[in-house]
Design a binder for this molecule. Structure first.
Ligand SMILES: Nc1ncnc2c1ncn2[C@@H]1O[C@H](COP(=O)(O)O)[C@@H](OP(=O)(O)O)[C@H]1O
Ligand SMILES: [Mg+2]
Length: 241
């Protein structure tokens, strides 16, 4: 078993087929009974081709309102969802219940017609994303609803199915490099659901440079139609830091 685990030592990079797996993403969420995700991504020549997120504590219902304690009151039948996407083929969600896997249905991001009605989705852990800066960005965009804080790539799945609006991950340190297994699946699922996923500078996440997203800082995922508007304000606020 240990030998098999030790085979997961790929350096990543721009050539070949590489699987990323995060068996428990959102470890803190798993420990506190909140959100966590089992994450799988297939990259070919540094491009994400397949993404899968198993979220056992999210409700099956794509339309369930997104709250920090989402899923806690759901029954066993009503809880557990798998998000998946294949490049060029859209994104789906399917129930992951006690009865096994059910049929998938197509998911799409929710259009934001009024920015003031939108809300952010961000990490529970203040050390993973700068919540103070997120507050300033919200204010500049005219967003008044509090951010929904949840652990793991469940955030990507939640905005991809239109339950949430915008996912912000704002660097808390200059040196931290995001890991490819924390983002590969979510990046593809959101883009296939009609979203745009970039770093804080508006550059696409680059999965071709190794085990980390060394060329990127932070993550901004939003419906394609408003992504530029969000990046502009992110840049303004970060420029003032
Ligand atoms: N300083 C930091 N900035 C951003 N992400 C960090 C970080 N330190 C750890 N992480 C990553 O944040 C992930 C959880 O993200 P989130 O806050 O969205 O739930 C962790 O995954 P694991 O829980 O798999 O270790 C870990 O890889
Ligand atoms: Mg992780």
């Amino acid at each position: 078993m240990l030998e098999i685990i030790d085979q997961g030592n790929s350096k990543g990079g721009a050539k070949g087929r590489i699987w990323t797996i995060d068996p428990i993403d959102g470890t803190k969420g798993f420990l506190r009974g909140g959100q966590y995700a089992v994450c799988l991504g297939l990259m070919v020549d540094g491009d994400v081709k397949v993404g899968v997120l198993g979220c056992p504590n999210l409700p099956v219902d794509d339309a369930a309102p997104l709250t920090a304690d989402i899923g806690t009151n759901a029954t066993d039948e009503g809880r557990g969802v798998i998000f998946s996407a294949v490049q060029g083929q859209g994104a789906t969600s399917r129930p992951l219940g006690t009865a096994g896997l059910a049929e998938g249905k197509s998911i799409a991001m929710k259009p934001i017609t009024e920015m003031s009605n939108a809300s952010f989705c961000e990490s529970v852990e203040a050390g993973h994303s700068d919540q103070g800066v997120a507050g300033q960005i919200a204010q500049k965009l005219g967003i008044t609803k509090p951010s929904v804080r949840m652990d793991s790539q469940a955030k990507y799945g939640s905005i991809a199915r239109g339950a949430g609006d915008i996912y912000l991950r704002l660097p808390t340190s200059k040196s931290y490099q995001e890991k490819i297994w924390d983002h590969a699946a979510g990046d593809l699922i959101v883009r296939e659901a009609g979203g745009q996923v970039t770093d804080v500078s508006g550059n696409r996440l680059d999965f071709s440079v190794g085990r980390t997203l060394a060329e990127n800082k932070g993550v901004i995922a939003a419906p394609a139609a408003v992504h530029d508007q969000v990046i502009k304000v992110v840049q303004e606020v970060l420029g003032q830091q």
